[in-house]
Design a protein around this ligand. Sequence first.
Ligand code: AZA
Length: 294
Amino acid sequence: PRLASARYGKDNVRVYKVHRDEKTGVQSVTEMTVCCLLEGAIDTSYTQADNSVVVATDSIKNTIYIKAKEHPVNPPELYAGILGQHFLDTYPHISVANVKVVVHRWTRMTIDGKPHPHSFYRDGEETRTVEAVIRRDGITIKSGIVGLTVLKSTGSAFHGFVRDEYTTLKETWDRILSTDVDCGWTWKKFDGLAAVQDGVERFDKAWEAARNITMKTFAEDESASVQATMYKMCGQILDAVPEADLANYSLPNKHYFEIDLSWHKGLKNTGEDAEVYAPQSGPNGLIKCEVARS
Ligand SMILES: O=c1[nH]c(=O)c2nn[nH]c2[nH]1
């Protein structure tokens, strides 16, 4: 047998960091879950039980906390680059660091019309994500939004699809559309950590743009299908993020089925009379695409 590939490290490292502004007394919080997996001249730890090449996953976990203390944790793209670069700079036999950062939402409470200095709430399980690969020849970063659940009660149609001996789905010009957004944008390769840090405001701007584009297009597009709407979203992200080469979406189509109640005293609840629906847990459609700049 031959070791075809190998990477190891610590997953599910939960990190919280608070920033305390001494002047204003306003505190800000960040909570994230980090995965850091290393690659390099580590084969003998698999093939020869040679632990001399192993930076223990416990040490990787410690390093995640230390770098979060020593450096900014925002934007997550910067923290991921700093963390990954540390391993290449510190261990000559480590050649690749794969860093995933998932940032959870703590939205500042507004109390009596005023932002509260140190209280927050979890307004949804939506996360901001970063997947960074740090190599000696550069850093590739894919940013994203995962778990933003949306629904529109109309403004979605699906008709004109293949009809044959396998088809039972009725055509519709007015349906509910709901999905859990999983979208991403892949940055052009950065030469190194300095290039990531230079113009670092690009990352927050891109995340805000992608989130706004997703909501606005989802809301306003007279959707002919999930496919057609997500393609528009990708194009708009590429327009808004000039340093991104690729945009992608993976969208489950979370179906809401009409319920025929006509058997009960002729109750009309289908088509234009439909009001009560059965949300489905599964099966669900799953529609994916990647759109390149050219
Ligand atoms: O938007 C949709 N795309 C599809 O491919 C599909 N198939 N069934 N329903 C669907 N809705």
